[in-house]
Ligand binder design. Structure first.
Ligand code: PRP
Length: 176
């Protein structure tokens, strides 16, 4: 399949993430900040956003997989890789590539909250509007999009396209 349309350009992404990084720098000044990336999708936004945060900050990663069919998430998440760090008393910022139904983050937030972090917030690269099955109040969101299936900048289709520096929509009816 080919990219049919570029939805968010590389330049737009970098401009937005620079602004998000500046806001995070302001909001977390003087605090012990731990940024948690949710693999695999968040690897790209983590790498770029990190360079726009001008604070001493630690990074950790979680890997999760949702139970259910490819198109329908059940809301039950399996933790494939847990955090290396303890988060009690720390300011934790979860970075996600996309909030779709919201079920993954809803589960993760509950799982991390019981570990008693000083604060627990979300920074999402993309948020699909109007289709969340549970409401997620992300403190930071770079872009709001519609219900279209998007790839690139960490987001995949059948494991591919994550390395695109922009967000695109796949062309319908095109052969691989
Ligand atoms: C994607 C994305 C989120 C989740 C969002 O992960 O990274 O974690 O789906 O969907 P939700 O809001 O409907 O729960 P995916 O399971 O595709 O794994 P990946 O990051 O490894 O691609």
């Amino acid at each position: 399949m080919k990219i049919g349309k570029v939805l968010i350009t590389e330049e737009e992404i970098q401009t937005e993430l620079k602004e998000m990084g500046a806001q995070i720098t302001k909001d977390y000044e003087g605090l012990d900040l731990l940024i948690v990336g949710v693999l695999k999708g968040a690897f790209m936004v983590m790498a770029d956003l990190a360079r726009y945060i001008e604070l001493p900050v630690e990074f950790d990663f979680m890997a999760v997989s949702s139970y259910g069919s490819a198109t329908q998430t059940s809301g039950v998440v399996r933790i494939l890789k847990d955090l290396d760090a303890e988060i009690a008393g720390r300011h934790v910022l979860i970075v996600e590539d996309i909030i779709d139904s919201g079920l993954t983050l809803n589960y993760l937030l509950k799982a991390l909250k019981v570990r008693n972090p000083a604060s627990l917030e979300v920074a999402s690269f993309l948020t699909k509007t109007g289709i969340q099955r549970v409401e997620i109040n992300a403190r930071y969101t770079a872009f709001e999009i519609g219900s279209e299936f998007v790839v690139g900048y960490g987001l995949d289709y059948a494991g591919l396209y994550r390395n695109l520096p922009y967000v695109g929509i796949l062309e319908e009816d095109s052969a691989t």
